[in-house]
Design a protein around this ligand. Structure first.
Ligand SMILES: Cc1cc2nc3c(=O)[nH]c(=O)nc-3n(C[C@H](O)[C@H](O)[C@H](O)COP(=O)(O)OP(=O)(O)OC[C@H]3O[C@@H](n4cnc5c(N)ncnc54)[C@H](O)[C@@H]3O)c2cc1C
Ligand code: FES
Length: 260
């Protein structure tokens, strides 16, 4: 883990409210693993006070990439960052995905901006036969790996409003995949409600899933207790994971979804 100033190489718009920022740090690149994240200081001074967590979306040479969606003040401030600006970064943090086994069938399931860590996983796995499913609210919000990192991967799209691809939720696309006998495991990132559904579907099919969880984070290193999520099996005394330190990637079967 490193804590240092990085240089912004580019910050480009991908859709109306998502941007891709490239940061130079040979140190972070040397340790980065899919599913891990960084804590960014998005303002020049101490405003906003808290750093913001973002998944590493991929690496190239000595650059790492963050794909971010504008949802509030911090991410809105990030859109104004320019080439050569400095950014303070702590990372890579957390525990990422366990690599899919070779020569087995795997499915990636992304919901919205949750595609970010799965793009990095696809970059590392380098398998053109990954079944990559991605769901977005509408056609205008679609982000695919080729638009971000030039990765040549076929993606099956679902949109909630039916403007492109399957009309409905991405988990509906997943149902046909889980019927395949050769399917070994599912890797997913997206809204909690989607991850719960992914876990339910993989439980029904008797296959593994690894899910990358998000929560608001103050420290990112297991100190503030702000990112706790309840573990299964539920005992008399509830026990908790810290998403920042024990995750953000967990077996879906280890999470008490009733508590999130
Ligand atoms: C491990 C991890 C990886 C992440 N990776 C990415 C990524 O790759 N790309 C990306 O765009 N975002 C990612 N996020 C979410 C990102 O951290 C938040 O969107 C960001 O911190 C919002 O900052 P803000 O100042 O713009 O919004 P704020 O003003 O802080 O909040 C705006 C709204 O967003 C909600 N919100 C803030 N943070 C989160 C969160 N973590 N989860 C759910 N709701 C939240 C707030 O409750 C509020 O309603 C990740 C979060 C975690 C924990
Ligand atoms: S964010 Fe502080 S303990 Fe996880």
């Amino acid at each position: 883990m490193f804590a240092h100033e990085t240089k912004i190489i580019s910050n480009i718009r991908i859709t109306s409210d998502t941007f891709l920022i490239a940061l130079r740090s040979p140190e972070i690149v040397s340790q980065a693993w899919p599913g891990q994240f960084v804590m960014l200081r998005v303002g020049a001074g101490i405003d906003p006070l808290l750093r913001r967590p973002f998944s590493i979306c991929g690496v190239k040479d000595d650059l790492f990439f963050i794909l971010y969606k504008v949802v509030g003040r911090g991410t809105a401030m990030m859109t104004g960052l320019k080439e050569n600006d400095a950014m303070s970064v702590i990372g890579p943090l957390g525990k990422g995905f366990d690599l899919p086994e070779k020569d087995c069938r795997h499915v990636f399931v992304a919901g919205g901006i949750g595609i970010a860590p799965l793009i990095f996983l696809a970059q590392v796995v380098k398998d053109k036969d990954i079944r990559f499913l991605a769901g977005f609210a509408s056609a205008s919000e679609i982000i695919t790996p080729d638009r971000v990192l030039d990765l040549d991967i076929n993606v099956s799209i679902a949109t909630d409003d039916g403007t492109q691809g399957h009309s409905g939720f991405v988990t509906e696309l997943m149902k046909t995949e889980t019927q395949e006998k050769s399917l070994k495991s599912v890797f997913a990132c997206g809204p909690m409600v989607m991850l719960k559904k992914v876990t339910d579907l993989t439980n029904e099919a008797g296959i593994e899933c690894q899910v990358s969880l998000e929560s608001e984070m103050a420290c990112g290193i297991g100190v503030c207790q702000g990112c706790a999520v309840r573990k299964l099996p539920a005992g008399k005394q509830p026990s908790y994971f810290h998403i920042c330190k024990d995750g953000p990637v967990f077996p879906g079967q280890a999470i008490d979804w009733g508590s999130v």
